[in-house]
Design a protein. Structure first.
Lengths: 329, 333
């Protein structure tokens, strides 16, 4: 966690998001350093996507940011109005989503959509933008980019469409890319290609990436640092190797134990976390994982703060019993 | 690991389901240059067996034909050629009564439990429906519903709840209970855990494995997720572009895949361990799946295969069996 704010591309500080009276994101702090890939992991209802949408200024309807600051390169962006935010989006922050086909305009050729981010923001004229777009399509590994640029989203496969999304998100060289489950809808062999592409683009451009996923395999593949969310809170934050080798929060530990692995003994019974993720309106008081946690006791009725974990360099954990986590299973 | 599970002889258990040279072709709705109707060859000559009490998984990526194969068995997709037999009888030849009896023995679970349950019925009513259709007396129905709820790990007190009051995992348990109501021999499971959160997936997989052990159920388990298949399957079938490219005992296939596509598929799964994941040798495939309207003439995998030779583009390799009881369709392996 870089303290020198100059190295922090995105700082999310004390973020709270509410739907009516339910607080679905409850005091989330995340820093993303320059060129860093931070994975935000959690199950449905953990608040990971809402955290990302807040950073993009894309909350709408009854879902509102009810507290906290969002800083891009040290400047607050959450108070900006829609016009100012839309200028930031596409130039300094970009986002890609799970369903590339739903995110692309069926009436524009993919080349026009990639070029759009440049000429809409006055970075280049149409002709210049088009030739840069074709180059960008080549950079993301699309064969015959000149021909493909004239095609439409529905003429391309899902993997191709996700490459087009990445090209249009990165053409304006944003400081930050937010990727919300970008490979979840793709087949594994295509997912491997896209993860490889994102890693190479980060190395080349130095773009910081907030990568939202539920898949621990994807996290292990791409992340430098990991934030684990449960019930609208970050429960653990650590460097990727540290998180997998010595998870400090019981939820992280149990989540890693419960996932089926290709290396498992066939037909072996899987460990499962008891119960289910509680409904947004029904989180228990204190630690929100308390009701499913084998280590929980009366202390857990008080909400634990996210604090430096003992014996973990730079790692943070929100658990009263994190020193006992390694005894689980 | 000992090789105690390896079966040198073909399984002695009776064959439950036999799929023989199955083809499912759909009109694509477009015409070719010369006016002939173009055809999507979704499944193009697939043969396999499911024995009693056996869990067979069909794996592959979208467009490989795995779900269409399942749908053809269920009569939800038209069989263009080939046959599907259940307990030795061709399904197409069955009379109405025999067909009804087959459907009692062959059930299905789909991916999305929300879509599979009527939102206006209590879960007790949903589970009792197949019993009512088969004229089980009402008193026995109630008893049976309670037993089934218990069997799938739900509280019998929840029978009066509606689907929207349950979590995704609980709803999938209800769907499983309903599939078990008529004591089937075989359940076709099409991506039964894909829509569930990871902490819930393991609960449902454990339940499916327990039911297989306790009730002697057979599964045809259709999935894109090889880590899940690793847990549940006794035998694995790998499909690509409407063809079986490899099939065999799960432990053999996962330990030493023979077909280059199986190998690529296994190596593409991100491992939840950053050290292993970053050190592993990856077989990155080029490009995308070819169009099933215009598949390659030779090996279906030829356009993306890292080890292809000239011959593979012209000739289609057949499945060749090796000493482990595994079949693969590749000239070079």
């Amino acid at each position: 966690m870089a303290d020198a704010s100059a190295d922090v591309t995105l700082r999310i500080s004390g973020l709270k998001v509410s739907v009516g009276s339910s607080r679905v994101v409850d005091g989330v702090n995340i820093d993303i350093g320059k060129g860093e890939i931070v994975a935000l992991v959690g199950e449905s209802g953990s608040g990971k996507s809402l955290t990302a949408l807040s950073a993009m200024g894309l909350l709408s309807g009854r879902v509102v940011q009810s507290g906290g600051d969002i800083l891009l390169n040290g400047e607050r962006i959450d108070p900006l109005d829609e016009q100012e935010m839309s200028r930031l989006r596409g130039t300094r922050i970009s986002m890609i989503f799970q369903e590339p086909i739903a995110s692309l305009n069926p009436l524009l050729s993919v080349g026009e959509q990639v070029a759009e981010s440049l000429f809409v923001h006055g970075r280049a004229g149409r002709r210049e933008a088009w030739s840069q777009a074709v180059q960008m399509l080549a950079d993301v590994g699309i064969p015959e980019p000149e021909k493909r640029a004239r095609q439409f989203a529905w003429e391309l496969s899902g993997g191709m469409c996700q490459r087009v999304m990445i090209a249009s998100a990165l053409i304006a060289e944003p400081d930050l890319l937010i990727a919300d489950e970008p490979t979840t809808a793709l087949d594994v062999t295509v997912q491997a290609q896209i993860l490889d592409l994102m890693r190479r683009l980060r190395d080349k451009t130095g773009t910081s990436i907030l990568f939202i996923t539920h898949d621990m395999g994807v996290v292990a593949s791409i992340a430098d640092r990991v934030c684990v969310m449960y019930g609208g809170r970050v429960v653990e934050q650590a460097e990727v190797h540290q998180l997998f080798q010595a998870p400090k929060h019981p939820y992280t530990k149990l989540l890693l134990t419960t996932i089926p692995k290709i290396s498992d003994t066939p037909k072996a019974e899987l460990y499962s976390i008891k119960g289910t993720v509680p409904d947004i309106n029904a989180f228990p008081k204190g630690c929100r994982f308390r009701t499913r946690c084998p280590l929980a006791d009366d202390v857990c009725l008080l909400p634990p703060e996210l604090e430096a974990a003992t014996g973990a360099q730079g790692g943070l954990v929100a658990c009263w019993h994190s020193d006992m986590t390694e005894t689980l299973q | 690991m000992s090789d105690g599970q390896r079966e040198p002889e073909p399984s002695p258990r009776p064959v439950l389901l036999q799929v023989d040279a199955l083809k499912v072709h759909f009109p694509s709705g477009r015409k070719s240059l010369f006016g002939a109707d173009q055809v999507v060859k979704a499944v193009d000559g697939v043969s396999f067996l499911v024995h009693e009490g056996e869990a067979v998984a069909i794996v592959g990526e979208s467009g490989c034909g795995k779900s269409t194969t399942g749908n053809a068995i269920l009569g939800l997709a038209p069989v263009t050629e080939g046959q599907v037999s259940f307990r030795g009888r061709d399904i197409a030849d069955l009379g109405p009564d025999e067909r009804a009896s087959m459907w009692r023995n062959l059930q299905v679970i789909f991916q999305d439990p929300v879509a599979a349950l009527n939102p206006k019925r209590t879960i007790g009513q949903s589970i009792a429906e197949p019993l009512a259709i088969n004229k089980v007396p009402r008193t026995q129905q109630n008893e049976r519903v309670a037993t089934l709820l218990d069997l799938v790990g739900l509280n019998p007190g929840q029978r009066d709840r509606f689907p929207n009051e349950l979590s995704g995992g609980q709803r999938q348990r209800v769907v499983i209970a309903r599939a078990l109501a008529l004591e089937p021999d075989l359940i076709i499971c099409d991506e039964p855990v894909s829509a569930l959160d990871v902490s819930i997936q393991s609960q449902i997989l454990n339940l499916l494995m327990k039911l297989q052990r306790d009730l002697g159920l057979a599964y045809l388990f259709i999935s894109h997720d090889l880590s899940v298949v690793r847990h549940i399957a006794d035998r694995v079938i790998v499909m690509y572009l409407g063809h079986i490219v490899e099939q065999g005992p799960a432990d053999v296939l996962f330990r030493a895949p023979r077909h280059p596509y199986t190998e690529a598929l296994l190596s593409a799964i991100p491992l939840p361990d950053p050290i292993l994941e970053r050190a592993k040798k990856r077989v990155l495939l080029e490009g995308d799946l070819p169009s099933p309207v215009n598949p390659p003439k030779g090996c279906p995998f030829v356009t993306r295969c890292p080890i292809r030779e000239a011959r593979c583009a012209d000739e289609k390799p057949g499945l060749q069996q090796d000493e482990h009881g595994r079949e693969a369709a590749c000239f070079l392996r």
